[in-house]
Ligand binder design. Sequence first.
Ligand SMILES: O=C(O)CCC(=O)C(=O)O
Length: 289
Amino acid sequence: MPGDRRAVSSNGVPVPFTDELFTPLPDSSGLLGDPGALRRRFHDDGLVLLRGFLDRETVLALREAYLSTFPEGLLKPGSTPRDGVFSGRPPEGLPSHGVKDHPAYDFVRTERFASFARQPALTGLAETLLGGPVRLMPRGILRHFYAGSLRASRAHTDHAYMSQGSDRVLTMWIPVGDCPVETGGLVYLEGSHRDSPERFDPARLASDRAHDSRPISHDLQLTARVVGRRWLWSDYEAGDLTVHSPYVVHASLDTVTDVMRVSADVRFIREEDKMDPRWTKEWAGDDGA
Ligand SMILES: O=C(O)CCC(=O)C(=O)O
């Protein structure tokens, strides 16, 4: 296992990796044969982790397909797109992540990505958890982080970004490749789907984006302490996924391995419900949503 888990960081801010602040994310895969129990777990915890839910080979092939679209220079010489080992320097002239002419912008518009998101196993899971027919939300996101950027997702709820539509939505977070803690996986604030947004106000005041009311904070230690909760962590493997409610607070850790983090967020809404208009179009890194 790479790395030193006395501390991890998010957006460059260290977070002590202590029992007070972190606890393992429980695996709910054992409930897959019992849809009612899985749905209850999802409602009780605000999320579920399903290990090996997707075919590992399909996930790794998606990683390979995405990383193959980069110009020379991203990958460490001698490594393959499937390995996804960072050279240490992004290719010259690469636009910001996900904006027009960046490979992620094009990739989410490919049939390859669309068919991955539309695979029946994901739709079936969404129907089980939302309790009826669902629609895929068009704004599917492909995320990509590498060591040295000290960039990660700030603590937030999805609801803060999709408050103009029904809350009968869910997010599937899919690591596209193995993603141990050091590669910068998602962490969830245990039980936070039951907290009112105001409880996090002290963390918002200290946020590095205090002008934007949507993220809570870049400081995960402070965010946990203001509500006295712990971050749920996991060493994810290709094929695993999490599903979370729009109300659970989550964030990601910095990528500190040479292996890059690639992941996809795929979202579903109950078929008959109103979708937030910002989620009806394909994603772009600078779409502001
Ligand atoms: O992958 C990330 O860093 C953030 C993902 C996220 O916020 C989500 O899936 O809702």
